[in-house]
Design a protein around this ligand. Structure first.
Ligand code: IVH
Length: 693
């Protein structure tokens, strides 16, 4: 009996070396997974190790340590955060608001002046880093174990958010033996854009408030009193500096440069951005600012500029601080791409082809380098999906050169009184001419059915015809066209060429001189080319390139106007949609009339001969598509075949040249085999399309 008891007790005593081994493995794999993004074991294996450790710790709570990998989640719900006085104040960086190259040049010049370097002194070495758009955190390690994480707060005193920071897989809970006894690592906690999208998607599914941007979502998660909720908000981390560290004379590390310090942090398991680089002098700082600005939209996370730091720590010490900002660092911003503003109205604009576009009229904001007063809502579905209404506070975004758009609505707290307008609906009548607005099946857009009866479409059509890339009528701008159309001076395009100096000079703000200039410009525009004229007509789907192809292929306008869909399909790069659109345009008598009148007014171009027809690879071949193709839809395959001159039929017969079969092809494939028709898979079709036989 006694013997057995002893044995049982021994069996229950966990093997301490094994527990330690489990923890070491779990730390190592977490680092590989979260920081290096190179897991070396399957997730299931990690989970198995984790559960084994968890079971041991549950049975033997005395073995639990704060750096155990199981301790990332599981803290208590707090009433409030404790205050933390920073051992070394958390400084801020001076911001260079000049977003041009001169911002970098000024910083370099200032540093050189303060160091007393004259022009003959060599260039200074800097470290250039992205300015991450998250929140600053101080991580305190004692003897290699994470003991505290604090927010920046006012720089002197922050909040203890250790429980929440522990949940971030990228932050090491334990450091290698080489790390000093006291180590504070500073860096930015942020949320990746894809994690932000997923989080917002989940919030929507649960009918909970969505976050405005990744920065706010990250800040909310870090300051979450319930660590279980924080654990569900996926956060990431980049290290960029140090706080308190065991001094060198007490056995702490000695670094010569900021760069070395970052490399060491990396070797201890901290994530350091791969975009961090050394830069020599102002020239390389400017190049860095430009290259990161180009990468900005494609990065996985938000940044709002770059940071330059003097690399030598000895020089950093010499430079010192002004108030709370180091003289050795500067943040060089990019123009802000998002701003908050209010929706004053939602207008509906009518495009050249009658497309109705909802546009939010905004209280003016400076965003992405320009003042924005309009932002597109694209179409009715988009406007409703985002639920943008008059009176709403919205985030507008203008990234790169794209047209400004409304990202999302910032909803007031449920307790606040709502002054929101009604849900947006697209008017069923054109707001300009009152014609019926129609939305064709499968289309997202509503279109005004008024055609050139609609003055909005007429104005756009005239501007399109007169633009530089079409027939070019110099000096015929938007304001003038508004006056001409609204004053009924111009009803149809050819009226342009019937304008006399007297009718023009009678317009508001039109001096005799400018009237004469316009008449001259109109005269000049009469000598044009066939591609310019064709493009200027504004046929749907006929851009400059297509107009050139049409002109080259047919040589003369009459040949194009009379071409059948089949003949149009012979033109390089013209598919069924464009061919049909050209045909439909010239089937309308009023469009032919416009062409005739323009010619009668003297608009002319040199005409040529039709280019010799190069037969398309699939001319004369008939295809039947069946089953599911691996990468394209049947419609896509059909478009490609037709664009290459082939025909697509619905059923297999002796006339069928090829059957293109995907997975689950049924009776059509049987029929093909029965009739001895050649069968292709998607790869075979692609080969044919590329000119194979
Ligand atoms: S260094 C003494 N480096 O910018 C310099 N800060 O105004 C201390 N930030 O609160 C900061 N990216 O949250 C540094 N690569 C970077 C940074 C960075 C973002 C933030 C940080 C800090 C603020 C400074």
């Amino acid at each position: 009996m006694v013997k057995e008891d002893l044995f049982a007790a021994r069996a229950e005593l966990p093997d301490l070396a094994h527990v330690e081994q489990l923890r070491r493995l779990l730390h190592e794999h977490a680092h590989r997974y979260y920081v290096l993004d190179e897991p070396s074991i399957p997730d299931a294996e990690y989970d198995r190790l984790f559960q084994e450790l968890q079971a041991i710790e549950l049975q033997h709570p005395e073995l639990l340590t704060p750096d155990s990998p199981t301790q990332r989640v599981g803290g208590k719900v707090l009433d409030q955060f404790a205050s933390v006085r920073h051992a070394v104040p958390m400084l801020s960086i001076r911001t260079e608001t000049d977003t041009q190259a001169s911002g970098a040049r000024n910083f370099d010049a200032r540093v050189r002046r303060e160091l007393g370097l004259d022009e003959s002194a060599p260039v200074l070495e800097y470290v250039a880093e992205p300015k991450f758009d998250g929140l600053a955190i101080n991580l305190r390690y004692r003897r290699g174990v994470l003991v505290q994480a604090a927010t920046r707060g006012d720089g002197e005193v922050g909040e203890d958010v250790t429980q929440n920071i522990r949940t971030i897989g990228q932050i090491p809970l334990r450091l290698p033996a080489a790390a000093p006894a006291v180590l504070e690592v500073r860096g930015e906690v942020y949320m990746r854009r894809d994690d932000f999208e997923t989080l917002n998607q989940k919030q929507r599914e649960r009918d909970q408030k969505t976050f405005v941007n990744p920065r706010n979502a990250a800040a909310g998660a870090v300051r979450q009193l319930d660590p279980a909720i924080a654990a569900q908000r996926p956060l990431s981390f980049f290290a960029y500096g140090l706080g308190e560290v065991t001094p060198a004379d007490a056995g702490g590390p000695e670094f010569d440069t900021h760069w070395d310090l970052l490399q060491t942090l990396k070797s201890w398991g901290f994530p350091v951005s791969s975009l961090v680089t050394k830069a020599q002098g102002a020239t390389e700082l400017i190049a860095y600012h430009e290259s990161i600005a180009r990468l900005r939209d494609g990065l996985g996370f938000d940044i709002d500029g770059v940071v330059y730091k003097v690399n030598s720590l000895a020089l950093q010490r010499r430079l010192g601080f002004v108030t709370r900002e180091p003289r050795w660092a500067v943040a060089h911003k990019f123009p802000a791409q998002e701003q908050l503003t209010t929706v004053l109205a939602i207008d509906v604009q009518v495009g050249r082809t009658g497309k109705l576009t909802p546009v939010a009229k905004l209280a003016p904001v400076f965003v992405g380098g320009v003042t924005v007063t309009n932002a597109t809502l694209h179409n009715e579905d988009e406007a409703r999906r985002k639920d943008v209404r008059v009176g709403d506070t919205v985030i507008v975004r203008r990234a790169g050169d794209v047209i400004p758009e409304v990202v999302s609505v910032v909803l007031p707290a449920p307790s606040e009184p709502s002054r929101r307008g009604p849900i947006f609906t697209m008017p069923r009548q054109c707001p300009v001419c009152g014609s019926t607005a129609v939305r064709e099946e499968g289309e997202v857009d509503y279109r005004c059915s008024g055609g050139l009866f609609c003055s909005a479409q007429r104005k756009q059509a005239i501007l399109h015809f007169a633009q530089r890339r079409a027939v070019e009528v110099e000096g015929l701008g938007e304001k003038l066209v508004d006056q001409l159309v609204d004053g009924d001076v111009i009803r149809v395009l050819p009226d342009l060429y019937r304008l006399g100096i007297t009718s023009l000079a009678s317009l508001d703000r039109m001096a005799d001189k400018s009237a004469q200039n316009l008449v001259d410009a109109l005269q000049k525009s009469k000598q044009t080319t066939l591609p310019r004229f064709l493009f200027g007509l504004g046929i749907r789907h006929v851009g400059e390139a297509t107009a050139k192809e049409l002109a080259r292929h047919f040589g003369r306008l009459d040949a194009i106007m009379d071409a059948s869909v089949e003949q149009l399909l012979q033109v390089a790069d013209i598919g069924p949609i464009v061919a049909q659109s050209v045909r439909t345009f010239f089937d309308q008598t009023h469009n032919r009339e416009v062409v005739e009148q323009l010619r009668a007014c003297g608009v002319s171009w040199p005409e040529g001969a039709a280019a010799p027809v190069t037969p398309k690879p699939l001319s004369g071949k008939t295809f039947v598509i069946t089953g599911t193709l691996p990468t394209m839809s049947r419609d896509e395959a059909k478009d490609l075949i037709e664009a290459a001159g082939g025909k697509v039929a619905g059923s297999v017969s002796k006339k069928t040249t090829f059957v293109v079969a995907g997975s689950e092809a049924g009776s059509k494939l049987d029929k093909a085999r029965e009739l001895g028709v050649a069968v292709l898979d998607e790869a075979g079709l692609k080969e044919l399309l590329n000119g194979g036989s």
